[in-house]
Design a protein around this ligand. Sequence first.
Ligand code: FAD
Ligand code: UDP
Length: 412
Amino acid sequence: MAEGLDLLNNVELTTLVILDVYLAIDWYNQNMNFDGLEFLIVGSGFFGSVLAERVATVLGKKVIIVEKRGHIGGNSYSGLCSQTGIEEHLYGAHIFHTSNKRVWDYIRSFSDFTNYQHRVFTEYKSVIYPLPISLATINAFYKKQLRPYEVEAFMQNERANENIVNPTNLEEMAISLIGRPLYEAFIKGYTKKQWDKDPRFLPANIITRLPVRKNYNNNYFNDSYQGLPQNGYFKLFENILSNPKIEVKLNTNFFEIKEKIPSSCHIIFTGPIDQYFNYKFGALEWRGLRFVREVLNYEDFQGTAVMNYADELVPYTRIHEFRHFHPERVAPANKTLVVREYPQAWKVGEDPYYPMGTKENLDRYELYRREAASISNLHIGGRMGQYCYLDMDKTILLALELFDKIRVRYAT
Ligand code: FAD
Ligand code: UDP
């Protein structure tokens, strides 16, 4: 009974403390001064941070970033697990890979990168196979010993069974690339879980991201450069934002300070474009994710960074074991951190992860894009601003290209 009362008091105390925090934030927001500001950036992910850095360094202008979360770095942010000291990526594992020299040179001016090469495995009906689909996967799956020069004829035979000439959806695209048996084993169940839709009703382009190899190369990416920030993503972002002309206001929602921004100020908005316009053309749909983390008493739980689960009945799509992302670091001998990734339904107000690129959503996005383009000094970008799956390197490139345009405007 006494314990129950204690608990109740604690709840009330917690509510009071939280209320105090909100009042303090409110007071803080009301007292923020944006007079004379030329650049306001909403969001401190790669898109916002790169633009802030360029404006401060190249134009020498003061920049304020407002970030509604309590940390910088957007979805690429990482922190150290308090129980294991292992670096964990808070919004899903993020591997840096690019073939763009400009992006690679730019990002390495803020951090060294390790030579981590991403390799993924998948479990299907209790057997482990390497991904992406390669000669190793094909030979293990069909119990064959095909040579690289025999794969094309073998796959052609598999594909010929279906005779798909112009694939119009994800299922047809996958079958036209790898044939039905491999599609049904490695793609169908995973994709259904990921998108909660039958692959026949998903756009074909989702699957073109998955390479198919006729050799034993099991590097997940084809890019020229790959790695992880040597001292973590958190340190990388601190370095990008280290210019004293950049001021970051955490726990600050743009929509609560919007009215204070001078009309002449450039606004670079990296939140959801539909939210910017108060959903006037309707909400754009996203797929959500839930991460379930666990510290286990093993030195090594799965022997690799990422294990996918292809069977539809396993409710998660993959397990990340973060110690494997940094084999060069010392990690505990008896503890490891694993995170299971569960796709889930999404509703407005929750963290958006994957855009649902149906025609209806893309048409709706186009209405918002046109509206944004008609407002001078407003630049909407990044993955939520452009309603697009963007890898980190593409996000950085788009930010650098937007800066090129802003710079030209400033020069004239
Ligand atoms: P974000 O990182 O989302 O940053 C936007 C920021 O804006 C957020 O911090 C948000 O809090 C803030 N914000 C939004 N609205 C407001 C507001 N009203 N007021 C104030 N602040 C606001 N890419 C890779 O290259 N490699 C990978 O391995 C990889 N893995 C991924 C795994 C998953 C599960 C997902 C979903 C994506 C992955 N990506 C990966 C893509 C990567 O996450 C994006 O490229 C990157 O996050 C884009 O940066 P951004 O700045 O556009 O958006
Ligand atoms: N995919 C799949 N099986 C897998 C991995 C991926 O069917 O084991 C499909 C799935 O439809 C997914 C798409 O390929 O949405 C892209 O996967 P990728 O791993 O490239 O993207 P991520 O989810 O890491 O952004």
